[in-house]
Design a protein around this ligand. Structure first.
Ligand code: T1G
Length: 691
C-alpha cells in the first residue's frame, strides 16, 4: 500500500496517509500527497478532496528525524503547503488524534478542517527549539487571533477540538465515523466559491500584545532563542503582507533549527523515548497488572509516592508504625490535594475520590494482597532489611517488592528475601508527587517481567522512568555528589557560594549547587558525607560546609544555611558564613584567588560529565541520553542545553578533556577515549545500538 492511499468516494477523493506510528511528514508523504492532488486536479469528476490520517492520528508534524538532512533531501513541507493553499478545489483536513506542528500547518492550508471532538491541535515547535516553519506563525493568528495564537505557539500546548471549534480553527466536529463525516462535509462544500483561504485574511492586534509577550518570555523562556522569533513573526502576521511573513518565517526557522538549543531539545525529545527501551525487553515480555499498591512509610516520600498512585486511580494501603505518624501523613496528603483544588486544578470531589482510595493501617499484614509494595522509610540498611524480611513472609506470590532508597545497595536488600527476582528499586525524587523522574534500579536478580512492569507503571503514574544499575547513588545522586564536591572546592579556592550559584543560574539551572543544598537540607548532605567516609574508612569530613552544619545552620528549613532566608525565601549571603569560609581557607593555608564564571561553569558541569562518563563505562547507565534525561527531569538541567552529556557533545569532548586537564583533573577513560577518537556521547550510544 502506498504511503498515501487514494480512494474515490463518488465526487470526493480521499487521501489517506499511512506512515505509522504518528503519520509524521516523512520522505514519501509529500510525494504521495502531491500525486493525490495531481489526480484530483486532473479529474473533473472529483469536486473536492479529503486528507485524513490512517491509524491513530492525523499528521503529528514534520519528521523531526529529517531536520538535519541536507535541504534537498528533507521533505518539502512548505512546497506542498504552497500548492495546497492555491489548490483550485475545496480540500478538507479530517483530524483525529493529534494535528501538531506541520500537521496543523497542512490543515491550516486546507480550505476546511473537521475533527473528532477528542482530537488535539497545536504548534509545539517551541518545545524543539524551533518555530512553526510552514505557515503556522502567519495563518494561526489570522484564524484564532494574535493573543490565542501567541499562547499556543509559546506554550507549545495543543487545544482540544471542542475549543478549536469555538476558536474557528475547526469548522465542524464529527460525531461517529470521521471519514464519512469528512466526505459528507467535502461534498456539501464542493461548490464553495471563492474558496476561503486563511492566507487571504488579515490579522489585527494591539501592539501592546507583542510588548507584553516579549516581557513574558523573559521569564517563561529565559535564555531561549525561538520564542522571541515567534513573537516577531506573529507581529509580522499583523503588520506585513502574508507573503513577506511567510518568507521571513523560512529564514528564522532555519536560524532556530541550526541553534545549539534546538539540537539540545531534539536530543532530549528522542532520549526521553529511548530511555524506555531496554535490550531484551519486548512488547511480549510478560507484565503484571498493578491494581493495588502498598506503601510503607507515610512521611514526605511515602506520602508523595502514594499521591502518584491515587492520581492514577490505583488504591493504596499506607502503613506506619504509630497512629500519630499515620494521621500526620494522611493530613499532608489531604492538604496537598486541597491546595491543588484551591488553585482550581482539581475539584473537591476529586479530592474525596482520591482520599477514598487511600487506606491507612498500622499492620503490615494488610499489604498481603497488594500487587506492588514500596518501602519508603528511613535511609538505613538494617531498617530496610528488616522490612523486606517481613514483607517476604507477608506479600502474595508475584507481588513486586520495591525500595525507594536513594543510594543503598538494592542487591543487599533483595538478598534477605526468598524472591530477589521480585525486588527492584524505585527511586522517586522529592517532592515525589511533583518531580517526574523515576530511577528504576535494576538489581542483579530483578526479573525482566518485574522490570517491564515497573517501566509500564512509570508511564501510568506519569513518571519518566529511567533504568539504572546498582551503585552508591545510582546515576543522578552519584553525579550530584561529585558536583557538590567540586562546588565546595571552588569555594575553598576563593569563589563565593553565590558566584557558583550565579554561574549555574546563567547556564539555565533554576538552582545552583548551594541554593540546592540549602533547599534539600544541609544536614542530609552532611550525613551522606559522614556515611561515605565511614564506608570508605576515611577520616570524618571537616570541610567548611560541615562546619556550617555544625553551627546549626541546616538550610532553608532552619531559615539559615549557606544563605539567610527571610519571608521571601530568597537566599541572602551571610557574613558569618563568609567569615567561616575565610577562616577555613587560612587554616588550610589556602591563598584565595578569583575564579571567573567560565571556570566555575566548566568545573561544575564537567564534574557531572566526567562522572557520567564513568557511570556509562561501568554500565550503570545504558546510554548517555539516559543520563541527560535524568538530569533534565531530576535536577533541573535546562532541556535546551541537552543535559550534561548533550552539552558536552555540543562543546566538543576534546574541549571538555582539555578543560579538565587544565584544571588538573583526570578525565574518565571513556571520555578521554571518545575525545581522542573525535566521537560524541550520542555517537557512542548509536554505536552500541542504544539510540
Ligand atoms: N517526527 C519523528 N518521529 C516522531 C515524531 C515526529 N514529529 N513524533 C513522534 N515520533 C516518534 C517517536 O520518536 C516515537 O518513536 C514514536 O513516534 C511514538 O512517539 C515545519 C518543523 C504525537 C503526541 O513536535 O508529541 O512540525 O520511540 O512515544 O506518546 O512547523 O509523539 O516508537 O521509535 O511520543 O503516543 C512538530 C512530537 C514537529 C510532535 C504521540 N510535532 N510528537 O505521543 O508516542 S516539528 C511534534 C509528540 C514541525 C513544522 C515543524 C508525540 C505524540 P519510537 P511517542 P505518544
Amino acid at each position: 500500500m502506498s504511503i498515501v492511499e487514494q480512494t474515490r468516494e463518488g465526487d470526493v477523493l480521499v487521501l489517506t496517509i499511512h506512515n505509522p506510528p504518528v503519520n509524521a511528514f516523512s520522505p514519501g508523504v509529500p510525494e504521495g500527497l502531491h500525486a493525490g492532488l495531481d489526480a484530483a486536479e486532473g479529474d473533473e469528476g472529483v469536486r473536492s478532496v479529503v486528507i485524513i490520517g490512517g491509524g491513530r492520528t492525523f499528521i503529528a508534524g514534520a519528521d523531526i528525524k529529517t531536520f538535519d538532512l541536507p535541504r534537498e533531501q528533507a521533505p518539502d513541507l512548505r512546497g506542498f503547503i504552497t500548492r495546497l493553499d492555491a489548490f483550485p478545489k475545496p480540500t478538507v483536513a479530517a483530524i483525529h488524534g493529534t494535528a501538531l506542528g506541520g500537521g496543523l500547518e497542512v490543515a491550516l492550508a486546507c480550505t476546511y478542517r473537521v475533527a473528532t471532538k477528542d482530537a488535539q491541535l497545536g504548534l509545539p515547535e517551541v518545545k524543539l527549539g524551533v518555530l512553526p516553519g510552514a505557515g503556522g506563525t502567519q495563518r494561526l493568528p489570522r484564524v484564532v487571533g494574535v493573543p490565542k495564537a501567541l499562547e499556543m505557539m509559546l506554550s507549545g500546548n495543543p487545544v482540544k477540538a471542542t475549543e478549536a471549534q469555538q476558536l474557528g480553527l475547526v469548522d465542524e466536529l464529527v460525531e461517529g465515523d470521521l471519514r464519512e463525516g469528512a466526505v459528507a462535509f467535502a461534498r456539501a462544500h464542493a461548490d464553495a466559491r471563492p474558496l476561503p483561504r486563511i492566507s487571504e485574511r488579515s490579522a489585527q492586534a494591539d501592539p501592546q500584545v507583542f510588548a507584553a509577550a516579549r516581557e513574558g518570555i523573559k521569564k517563561t523562556h529565559r535564555g531561549q532563542l525561538s520564542p522571541g522569533l515567534i513573537v516577531d513573526l506573529a507581529e509580522m502576521a499583523v503588520t506585513r503582507p502574508f507573503q513577506e511573513g511567510w518568507e521571513a518565517e523560512a529564514r528564522l526557522f532555519m536560524q532556530a533549527k541550526d541553534s545549539p538549543q534546538s539540537r539540545g531539545l531534539r536530543h532530549i525529545f528522542f532520549a526521553e523515548r529511548e530511555a524506555g527501551k531496554i535490550p531484551g525487553l519486548t512488547r511480549d515480555t510478560p507484565t503484571t497488572e498493578i491494581n493495588s499498591a502498598g506503601i510503607i512509610g507515610a512521611g514526605t516520600m511515602g506520602g508523595g509516592i502514594a499521591m502518584n498512585f491515587l492520581n492514577a486511580g490505583i488504591p493504596v494501603t499506607i502503613v506506619e508504625t504509630a497512629q500519630g505518624a499515620l494521621d500526620r501523613g494522611l493530613a499532608v496528603i489531604r492538604k496537598n490535594y486541597e491546595n491543588t483544588a484551591k488553585k482550581g486544578r482539581m475539584t473537591v470531589e476529586d479530592v474525596e475520590k482520591r482520599m477514598a482510595l487511600l487506606t491507612p493501617t498500622l499492620n503490615m499484614e494488610d499489604l498481603a494482597d497488594a500487587d506492588i509494595i514500596i518501602e519508603a522509610v528511613f535511609e538505613n540498611m538494617d531498617v530496610k532489611k528488616d522490612i523486606f524480611t517481613r514483607l517476604d513472609a507477608i506479600a502474595k506470590p508475584g507481588a513486586i517488592l520495591a525500595t525507594n532508597t536513594s543510594t543503598l545497595d538494592v542487591n543487599e536488600i533483595a538478598a534477605v528475601t526468598g524472591r530477589p527476582e521480585s525486588v527492584i528499586g524505585l527511586h522517586f525524587f522529592s517532592p515525589a508527587n511533583v518531580m517526574r523522574l523515576l530511577e528504576i534500579v535494576r538489581a542483579e536478580k530483578t526479573s525482566d517481567s518485574v522490570l517491564a512492569t515497573s517501566l509500564a507503571l512509570a508511564k501510568r503514574i506519569k513518571k519518566v522512568g529511567v533504568v539504572v544499575g546498582v551503585c552508591d547513588g545510582f546515576v543522578g545522586n552519584r553525579m550530584i555528589h561529585r558536583y557538590g564536591d567540586e562546588a565546595r572546592k571552588l569555594v575553598e579556592e576563593g569563589a563565593k557560594p553565590e558566584d557558583a550559584d550565579a554561574a549555574m543560574n546563567a547556564l539555565g539551572l533554576p538552582m545552583g549547587p548551594f541554593q540546592m543544598s540549602d533547599m534539600a537540607g544541609l544536614d542530609i548532605g552532611y550525613a551522606i558525607r559522614q556515611h561515605q567516609a565511614k564506608v570508605r574508612g576515611e577520616p570524618e569530613p571537616d570541610g567548611w560546609l560541615d562546619r556550617i552544619v555544625e553551627m546549626g545552620r541546616k538550610g532553608q528549613k532552619t531559615g539559615a544555611g549557606i544563605y539567610d532566608y527571610g519571608e521571601d525565601r530568597r537566599p541572602k549571603p551571610n557574613a558569618d558564613v563568609q567569615a567561616l569560609i575565610e577562616a577555613y581557607r587560612a587554616e588550610k593555608g589556602v591563598q584565595p584567588r578569583a575564579l571567573n564564571p567560565q571556570e566555575l561553569t566548566e568545573r561544575l558541569v564537567y564534574s557531572l560529565v566526567n562522572e557520567g562518563a564513568q557511570i556509562l563505562d561501568e554500565g550503570i547507565a545504558q546510554r548517555a541520553g539516559d543520563i541527560d534525561v535524568i538530569y533534565i527531569y531530576g535536577y533541573g538541567f535546562p532541556p535546551y542545553r541537552g543535559g550534561p552529556m548533550g552539552y558536552a557533545d555540543e562543546v566538543g569532548l576534546k574541549n571538555v578533556v582539555a578543560a579538565l586537564e587544565g584544571y588538573g583533573q583526570t578525565p574518565a577513560p571513556l571520555l578521554k577515549r571518545l575525545a581522542q577518537e573525535g566521537k560524541t556521547f550520542a555517537g557512542y550510544d548509536r554505536e552500541r545500538g542504544q539510540s
